[in-house]
Design a protein. Structure first.
Length: 156
C-alpha cells in the first residue's frame, strides 16, 4: 500500500505520465472467451463505453480484461484495475472498488477535509490519485470499477 505525499506539481506530473502510459498501451484490453461474469457501463454524457470480463475460480479473480472505447482516464483506470484485482477474492475486489470510490469521493467515507487520512490503495493504483483534484473526471476513473462491481455482484 502506498502512502501519500503532499500533492505537488512533480507528483501530479508523475501521475499524469503513468495514466498516459496506461492509456497508450493498456494492459489486458482483450476479450476473455468464456468469462464467468461480465459487467458493462456506458457514460451517456461523454460516450465512454467499457465492458469488463472476469474469470472466477474458487471465489478468486483468476483473470480480468476489458474492452470498449473510452477516454484516457477511463482506459488507464481499467488497465490498472486489471492488475490490482487479479488474484483477489470477490469480496476483496469489491472492497478495492469501494476504496477507489472513497479516494475519489472522501466525503462518502465519513472523513473529509484536510484532516482526512488518505485512502490506502495498492501501489499499482497510486496514479489514480492524480484524478482526485478533478471532480469532472471522477466518473471516468470509476467507470471500469462500476463495470467490475456489476460483474462481481451478478455472480453472488
Amino acid at each position: 500500500m502506498s502512502t501519500v505525499a503532499p500533492f505537488t506539481a512533480s507528483i501530479a506530473a508523475m501521475y499524469q505520465d503513468a495514466l498516459l502510459a496506461h492509456h497508450r498501451a493498456p494492459h489486458n484490453r482483450r476479450v476473455i472467451e468464456s468469462p464467468t461474469a461480465v459487467g458493462a457501463r456506458k457514460n451517456p454524457v461523454c460516450g465512454d463505453d467499457i465492458t469488463v470480463m472476469v474469470l472466477l475460480e474458487s471465489d478468486a479473480v483468476r483473470d480480468v480484461a476489458f474492452t470498449g472505447r473510452s477516454c484516457s482516464i477511463a482506459t488507464a483506470s481499467a488497465s490498472m484495475m486489471t492488475h490490482a484485482v487479479r488474484g483477489l477474492t470477490v469480496s476483496e475486489a469489491l472492497a478495492l472498488a469501494d476504496a477507489v470510490d472513497r479516494m475519489l469521493h472522501p466525503d462518502l467515507g465519513g472523513a473529509s477535509g484536510a484532516d482526512a487520512a488518505p485512502e490506502p490503495l495498492p501501489d499499482a493504483l497510486t496514479p489514480l490519485r492524480g484524478v482526485a483534484p478533478f471532480p469532472g473526471r471522477h466518473g471516468c476513473a470509476m467507470l471500469p470499477w462500476q463495470a467490475l462491481r456489476e460483474a462481481l455482484t451478478a455472480k453472488r
